[in-house]
Design a binder for this molecule. Structure first.
Ligand code: SAH
Length: 244
């Protein structure tokens, strides 16, 4: 079978790593799982081995959908869908989401999880190592890191070298886990995203050149600070002041 580079088709071959991903997802018999980008079904089979209630696999490539449908298991449902536009609340229950994400859709999928957070308590994704570290707050903050961490506690769990994939990707991969926080702030997702992208649009700009000084002061923030120096709490405070 010919693998399609533009769809990020790098198959994860290591049984050990696949089992670890299933461990990280903490699969139980009560769980409904959603796997994004099933490919030839390597992870799907391991997940089925954990005996969840149901697995829905979203796969965009018809050739892969055909392959996945060869797996004969009543718990499995393969859907030809684009994960970047899919409604994760459409199953009518909470779902744990996982997948070895193609690099070009990773951010979009993570945004989707945040958007549908009411239905997603836990997610485990394989992404580019740098992206994973950034999301887990281990390098300079970006808007998506703040967006995600407002609603999910994000952990970087392990790195996966290229040799565990076929074909080998050029970069090291990393596994991240997103665990929904216990008490979620009531925030309009799209307005919050708009605010964050504005906040991070130019890292070198001082905050007073982006937002009114009075707002910064009433949020207890020094107006000449730069965006990436802010803490998660300060950002949320500023958002609330601006929304008032
Ligand atoms: N889970 C498999 C395959 C991962 S490769 C494994 O670990 O071995 C990534 C898969 O995502 C490919 O099968 C690719 O066709 C699929 N994919 C790419 N873009 C997608 C999208 N927008 N929506 C759903 N699946 C997508």
């Amino acid at each position: 079978m010919r693998l399609k580079k533009d769809l990020g088709q790098h198959l994860l071959l290591s049984r050990g790593v696949l089992e670890k991903i299933a461990d990280f997802l903490e699969v139980s018999e009560k769980d409904t799982l959603v796997e994004i980008g099933g490919g030839t079904g390597n992870l799907t089979r391991v997940l089925l081995g954990r005996n969840p209630k149901k697995i829905y696999v979203l796969e965009i490539d018809p050739a892969m959908v055909k392959k996945l449908k060869e797996i004969d298991d009543p718990k499995l449902e393969v859907l030809r869908e684009d994960a970047t536009t899919f409604d994760l609340c459409s199953f009518g229950c909470e779902v744990k989401v996982t997948g070895n994400l193609p690099y070009n859709i990773a951010s979009l999928v993570i945004e989707r999880v945040v958007l549908f957070r009411s239905c997603v308590p836990l997610a485990v994704f394989t992404v580019q190592k740098e992206v994973g570290l950034k999301l887990a707050g281990k390098s300079e903050m970006g808007w998506l890191t703040v967006f995600l961490n407002t609603f999910y506690e994000t952990e970087y769990l392990m790195s996966i070298p290229p040799r565990f994939f076929f074909p080998r990707p050029k970069v090291v991969s990393g596994v991240v886990r997103l665990r929904r926080r216990g008490k979620l702030p009531e925030i309009d997702t799209l307005r919050f995203k708009g605010f964050l992208t504005r906040l991070f649009s130019s890292k070198k700009r001082k905050l007073k050149n982006i937002f009114p000084e009075e707002s910064l002061k009433s949020a207890g923030i020094e107006p000449s600070t730069r965006p990436h120096k802010l803490t998660q709490e300060e950002i949320l405070r500023l958002y609330n002041v601006l929304e008032r």
